[in-house]
Write a protein that binds this ligand. Sequence first.
Ligand SMILES: [Zn+2]
Length: 372
Amino acid sequence: MLATVKQISAYMEELAPASAALPGDPVGLQLGHPEAEISKILVALDPDHEALKEAGKIGAEMLITHHPLFYEKITSIDESSPAGSLAASALRKGLHLFSAHTNYDIAPGGVNYRLAEALGLPAHEGRVIEVTGSEQFLKLVVFIPAGHEDRIRDALAGAGAGQIGDYSHCTFQLTGTGTFKPGEGTDPFIGSRNRLEKVEEIRMETILPAAKKREVVEALIEAHPYEEVAYDLYPLALEGSHMGLGLFFALEQPLALQEILDRCRVSLNQEFLRCWDAGKSHFKHVAVCGGSGGSLIEPAARQGAEVFISGDFRYHDLKAAQAYGLALVDAGHDATERPGVAYLQKYLQESLKSGGYETEVFLQASAAPGWK
Ligand SMILES: [Zn+2]
C-alpha cells in the first residue's frame, strides 16, 4: 500500500505542527494534490533545481524540504523568476512539494534538537531560548462496555495517551449506565434494532498531546467493540513543555572551544568555520540554533550563554556578541540545519513503515554547491 500526500502530511504534522510556525511562514503543501499516491519521497534542505533533478533521477513523486519554495503569497507563476521556474518545472514533473520550515525549527525534537544531538550535547536537557508557544494537550473521554476497559486502556497508552511524566497508562474511570437505541441498518455489538438498551458502561478519561490526536483516535476506534464509538475531546488550558527558537545548555563539564570546532567539522561536515572566542577557551553554558541565529544573540546572552553555535552571523551580530562577552561559532546556515533534514528522512521512513505503507523515503545525496 502506498501513502497519499495527505497521509504523509499527517505524519509531518505530528512531528512539526503547522500551528507552531512563525506568523506568515507558508508551511505545508506548496504544490500538488493531497489525494495523490506516493511511492518515493526525496527529503532535501532546499527546493532547488538540484533537488528536482535528484527527485527525477530516483523517481520520487514528492519532495519534502525544510525551506519553502514560496515565502510570500503568489499571484503568478512567472517562469522567468527563480521560484516560478522551479514551480513550473515541479508541476510538469508531477512533483508534489511540501515544506516544514519554522514549525520544524520550533517543534520539540526539531532542527535545534537534532543540531544539539549531532554536536554531542544532551539534547533532551536543552531549554528553549525564545519561547513562542507550548505543547498543547487534550482530554479524551470515552464510554466503554464493562469488561473491555483494559484492552482500550492499553490501546490508548500504546498510541501516546495517558502519559504523565514517567507514568504511563494514566486514566480515571467511573461505572454508570449508557443508553442507546440501534437504528435501521445497524449491526449492534450489544442489543437489537429499534429497542432501547441500558448497558453497564465505564466512563474512562485520559490526557493526550494534541499532536497525537489522530493516532489516539484511530487506536481507540480499532480497539473499541462498538460500531459507533461515543467519545469526546476537550481542549485543555494546561501548558506543556515550551516550544521556540534555539536551545540553551548548562553543561556539567566545560567544553573546550577546540572540541566545539572539531565537532562542527566532523559531525556537521563543515570545514568553513568562523569564530570569535571572547577571550575564553572553555564553556559550560552553550547555546545552539540551526540556520540564522543572529536575532537570538541578546536572549542567549541574557540566559547566561557563554558560546553560541549557529549560522549567518553578520558584522553587527558580532558587535552585539562582543558587547555581551558571548563567543560565537558560525558553522553555516545549511550545515547547522542538515542534521534536522537527515532526521526527517529517518522519521518519515519509520513512520510510514509502521503504518504499513511501502512508500520509500530518500535523503538528498548531493546538495547544490554552497560557499567556497
Ligand atoms: Zn534555514
